[in-house]
Design a protein around this ligand. Structure first.
Ligand code: FE
Length: 128
């Protein structure tokens, strides 16, 4: 897999800040040049949050494709609860301002910009 290495970490939490273990987290994204693999499904996969609610995704920085800013698609589901379908975004992206789907509250924190990137995002689920 070519591209800039990205390690995304974070927590799955309830709105009361309790860690959510065994949440299903399903990620999918385009590759370094903005292409989705709809045949072999590279860059799509799922994992489960750890007992402390944490997760780690080792991937590449998603590329750009026409009409969208840089993003990663995500579904998060606490055990036996509804699925949250959302997207994550990155700071300092020129296209954030012109992407109609972009939401600033879905910005990951960029912890390390180079050469390999590290970013963080906590998912908060309303399990009330
Ligand atoms: Fe997309």
């Amino acid at each position: 897999m070519t591209g800039t290495r990205l390690t995304l970490t974070g927590l799955v939490l309830s709105t009361g800040c309790a860690p959510v273990a065994k949440a299903l987290i399903d990620f999918w994204q385009c590759n370094d040049v903005g292409e989705y693999d709809n045949a072999g499904f590279h860059l799509r996969g799922h994992q489960f949050s750890a007992p402390d609610g944490s997760y780690t995704l080792e991937t590449v920085y998603p590329g750009l494709y026409p009409g969208r800013t840089r993003h990663i698609h995500v579904k998060v589901q606490a055990p036996n609860r509804p699925v949250l379908t959302t997207q994550l975004y990155f700071p300092d992206e020129p296209r954030n301002a012109s992407d109609g789907i972009y939401r600033p509250e879905l910005l990951a924190d960029l912890l390390d910009a180079s050469p390999a990137k590290r970013a963080a995002f906590d998912f908060v689920l309303d399990l009330g």
